[in-house]
Design a protein around this ligand. Structure first.
Ligand code: ZN
Length: 368
């Protein structure tokens, strides 16, 4: 079953408005902020992954103006609606309506930047906007600067948050969640630890193979996805996945992967990964890799490629995590997986609940 772009319920696709790409392109940040600040009476708020708090060399590269308000973002846990609400209060206490929100970090920090920007101009709490097209007013001008490649957060229209009360891991899906400006500087990913670089980069590969194997298909999404798959393979099957050239390639793959998602859906791996994040607190990218490892029967060819890339880079996945599962864990894993109807329908069709009954879902988790 091949569907065209109109059948995905995504009628009119929006991508980030502007981007600067290339080694050293971070040097343009200052003039971009100056330009925005000159049209307003307020300062910019910069949200930076706390990983960089004591990395003076990195902070020097970013060269922020003394006027900019800096808030370090905790990425210990994945973004929760509660944490996003707390950051919004923190921003409001420092600057009621900043001229720009700048997110510098991995997918979590970028997602928090997008969400807080929208919440500064829309009433209510983060949890009010988990879903599709619920944001009514345009947010504060958003600038995204990824320091880790793979999630595609820089180019998607969502910012994923976990609601600890409803156990829902769902994004603020909206055209208003798209960055106005990106700075894609591969130099900023130079110091990423190897494992994290691999797990995070695989998110791009996984998004694309899920889309390419899905029921909702269109030529634009497929073209992006094919290119991302090929970039990821060339990076992760090479001798030095973190060479200058490969870091640039992976940054492009991440950006294009996000664009691909704008016109398509993910498949089976993301729902199982979400289960692992909600029930056990695993971060998105490593959870994806663990889930992918147990879904070989659905993606046999790609699973073989995944194993080849793991071996080539000498990266290992956490093993035997299912040993800690009890019946409560399995129930929570099941509920937080099966709730993702759109991607599961995309992967398996109308009768996905028959194919993924409780016994089947349990058996997949028990392989992990
Ligand atoms: Zn993902």
């Amino acid at each position: 079953m091949k569907k065209n772009i109109l059948n995905t319920d995504i009628y009119n696709v929006k991508n980030p408005s502007r981007y600067i790409f290339g080694e050293g392109s971070i040097k343009h940040l200052e003039s971009i902020i100056d330009n925005i600040r000159s049209k307003s009476n307020s300062e910019a708020v910069v949200l930076i992954d706390e990983y960089f708090e004591k990395k003076d060399e990195f902070l020097k590269k970013i060269n922020l103006n003394q006027k900019d308000i800096i808030i370090f973002i905790s990425t210990q846990d994945e973004p929760t609606t509660e944490y996003v609400d707390q950051i919004v209060v923190d921003i409001k206490n420092k600057q009621q309506e900043p001229c720009a929100i700048i997110g510098i970090g991995g997918g979590s920090t970028l997602d928090i930047a997008k969400a807080t920007s929208n919440l500064l101009t829309n009433p209510g709490m983060a949890s009010d906007y988990q879903g599709w097209d619920l944001v009514k007013n345009e947010g504060i001008y958003k600038i995204g600067i990824p320091t880790l490649s793979g999630t595609g957060s820089e180019s998607t229209r969502t910012c994923v948050m976990t609601n600890k009360i409803s156990k829902l891991k769902l994004g603020m899906n909206s055209d208003y969640s798209i960055f106005d400006q990106l700075i894609l500087d591969p130099e900023l990913t130079r110091s990423v630890p190897r494992d994290q670089y691999f797990y995070s980069g695989m998110d791009s590969y996984i998004h694309c193979i899920e889309s390419l194997n899905g029921n909702y298909r269109n030529q634009i999404g497929d073209s992006y996805s094919e290119q991302v798959k090929s970039l990821c393979k060339s990076v992760f099957l090479s001798e030095d996945m973190q060479s200058d050239e490969n870091r640039a390639k992976l940054m492009v793959a991440s950006y294009l992967g996000g664009c691909a998602i704008a016109t398509s859906y993910v498949g089976l791996i993301h729902p199982f990964s979400a289960g692992l994040s909600v029930a056990l607190g695993y971060h998105h990218c490593i959870a994806n890799c663990i889930a992918f490892g147990a879904l070989d029967e659905f993606y046999p060819e790609e699973h073989r490629e995944f194993k080849e890339m793991l071996n080539k880079q000498n990266i290992s996945l956490p093993k035997n995590i299912s040993k800690q599962f009890n019946s409560d864990t399995l129930e929570e894993l099941y509920q937080s997986t099966i709730i993702h109807e759109k991607p599961l329908y995309n992967a398996l069709g109308h009768d996905f609940k028959d194919q993924l009954d409780r016994k089947k879902v349990d058996s997949i988790f028990k392989k992990m």
